[in-house]
Design a protein around this ligand. Structure first.
Ligand SMILES: *[C@@H]1O[C@H](CO)[C@@H](O)[C@H](O)[C@H]1NC(C)=O
Ligand SMILES: *[C@@H]1O[C@H](CO)[C@@H](O)[C@H](O)[C@H]1NC(C)=O
Length: 259
């Protein structure tokens, strides 16, 4: 700097405006601003495309019971079942009154008369009274099957004796031994009112003997009746023949068959 420097001049006139400068360097990023106000609601978008089919959902709850259905058609008959077991036996039934008839009687007098039924007045048994001891005739009280027997003591004479059913000799026996017995037993089917008796042949063959130790008996009983129905037997058996019949040793000639 020199020693002659004048004084400082006056301020020059303002020069023309300079040309445009070069752009400056980009500054540093500013601090984050404050949050703005909420914007307005946007417009409804266009519908999207249909999605894919979803997975099968879980099983639902059990539904309510339905109404009762209509009756079905009748089925075909089943097979027959097998036989059941035998049941227990029932109680004892009521007692039914039996038709009863039985007799047994002894000869009272030796050497009975021929051509007549032999009387057996000495009765052992005759509760129903179907045997007439003085006539010696048994009357059947019901249709049924009967048993008759005789055991005759023989002494002093030959004995020819027969068991007669309605005048027909069913069985005849001959005993020629002294101090012996002859006997027979038959089963007969009789109808109510039929008659059974014993008879000797004649006066030379009536050796039927009676003593306390020579007993001759005539017996009979109902084995079983034809029917269980009780007949009206309270009045006793039917009466015998009204006209006195002829009792013959030989069977009636006018009958060809047994009664
Ligand atoms: C048997 O005979 C005797 C003597 O003949 C008689 O006294 C008796 O009365 C008779 N008995 C009957 C039951 O008929
Ligand atoms: C007994 O037998 C006779 C002859 O067959 C018959 O007419 C009658 O009805 C019989 N009586 C009874 C009770 O069965």
């Amino acid at each position: 700097l020199s020693l002659l420097d004048g004084e400082k001049g006056d301020r020059g006139v303002e020069g023309p405006s300079g040309g445009l400068g070069l752009p400056g360097v980009k500054g540093d990023m500013g601090a984050k601003g404050f949050m703005g106000d909420k914007g307005d609601r946007g417009r409804i978008g266009v519908p999207g495309t249909k999605g894919e089919k979803g997975d099968l959902g879980p099983k639902g709850d059990k539904g309510d019971m339905g109404d009762v259905g209509m009756k079905g058609n009748e089925g075909i008959q089943g097979e027959k079942g097998s036989q059941g077991e035998k049941g227990m036996s029932g109680p004892i039934g009521p007692c039914t009154p039996a038709i009863q008839s039985a007799f047994s009687a002894c000869l009272n007098d030796s050497f009975p008369a021929p051509d007549l039924p032999i009387p057996f007045p000495d009765v052992i048994t005759n509760r129903q009274g179907h045997f007439n001891p003085n006539l010696g005739i048994y009357h059947a009280p019901v249709n049924g099957t009967y048993v008759f027997s005789y055991h005759a003591a023989v002494s002093s004479r030959v004995l020819k004796i027969g068991l007669f059913y309605n005048f027909f000799p069913i069985a005849r026996t001959t005993e020629i031994t002294n101090e012996a017995t002859t006997s027979h037993q038959v089963v007969l089917h009789l109808y109510r009112g039929d008659m059974v008796w014993l008879q000797v042949k004649d006066r030379t063959t009536n050796g039927m003997f009676n003593s306390p130790e020579h007993k001759s008996t005539f017996s009979g009983y109902l084995l079983y009746p034809d029917s269980c129905e009780l007949p009206a037997i309270r009045t006793g058996p039917p009466a015998g023949p009204t006209v006195k019949p002829t009792y013959m040793w030989d069977p009636p000639t006018n009958t060809t068959t047994k009664p």
